[in-house]
Design a protein around this ligand. Sequence first.
Ligand code: ADP
Length: 450
Amino acid sequence: MLFQKILIANRGEIALRIQRACRELGIPTVAVHSTADATAMHVRLADESVCIGPPAARDSYLNMAAILSAATITGADAVHPGYGFLSENASFAEMVEAHGLTFIGPSSAHIRMMGDKIAAKTAMASLGVPLVPGSPGAVADLDEARAVSARIQYPVLIKAAAGGGGRGMRVAGSEDKLEEAWSQARTEARAAFGNDAVYIEKYLDRPRHIEMQVLADSHGGVVHFGERDCSLQRRHQKVLEEAGSPALDAAARDALGETVTAALMKLGYRNAGTLEFLYQDGQFAFIEMNTRLQVEHPVTEMVCGVDLVREQIRIAAGQRLGYTQADVSFVGHAIECRINAEDPVTFVPDPGRVTAFHAPGGLGVRVDSALYAGYVVPPYYDSLIAKLIVHAPTRAEAIARMRRSLAEFAVLGIKTTLPLHQRIIEDPSFQAGDYTIHWLEHFMAAQAAE
Ligand code: ADP
């Protein structure tokens, strides 16, 4: 047995996703939940559940003491953090280990290093990974910001060292805009992360967001599972993802994969990780590393035929990967649409009761969701309610499969972003795979103007 019992420190679709992997491995699970989530699907399907506090995330899903108490009283010997919440909190990983439990993720030292985006860039540069041109470290004051920006040339992007979720980022198109962007980025960083350290990067005008999925065991085995193209974003947040990228061929994927696996091998990294890059004019430039499972991991699972959560659990238990890069193959094409409980035009969250729910199915269709008819989407958490993933032999067939799956998907009683996805996949530029990180904002502006 890999573990006796795994506590899943999360909610919603990802808590279910992890539960499913545990169940297939024969490992009992403990769900934790806030008072707002007492009837949630991840609680209903768990072997055991513990209420860890009131609705606000800081009092429940971010409440380390309550989560550790839940693990102790239920006899769990490992904790899976999912994504978001405490998944990239190095102190939490340390506390889990200090309680004699296994944290299903990387070492706290690597979580801490990559959580500081300046330290992450410094580390990756020393490991031979190419970076976006920018300041070598934190930028102390406006004078230094001016000097750096003049050197790398406008437009520049001011980014929070502790950043995440697209917050604490401001573009300055020219020197006269720098002061305003500088103070806005710092204010937002302080408010969001309690840390106003910022750095500066060249603002790329037409990159794609391409990221590499990696698994590493504690015996020196490191394997990559190819790339995901996450260029379709709104406010720097991903909306639709694909594996592989319409912009990469196998040679480009192999080359990036080699750079990334060599770097993580030298770093002594363990468990799942994703390196994010901007790709423009045939050049890759590292922007950050996520030391956890990603929301969009299913597209990789579909094309590689791997269960990434199962692998995370096996690695955490000390097992070897048991395969090499040559054993990883890429079959067909996968697309994921993130369905949010939001107005599809204004993006205002629309929590409330789901009066009817029908998920699509059939060959090559996967729905990761914790919804059910009668469920009340609470207003307290992220508005992601479902991920619709399709897999098909070619990209064109995947788009056709996504079209018919979106048409079958029924979520009544609340507004969702299903109609937005239906419009995106009908667009000729999307169908041609011809888009950058700025494409979706232009697309939505054009639609609004019609
Ligand atoms: P976060 O951790 O907040 O998600 P990231 O560094 O991952 O921040 O960047 C999020 C997104 O912001 C990227 O996917 C990309 O769309 C955009 N972005 C980040 N850095 C740059 C840059 N130098 N030039 C242009 N866009 C950028």
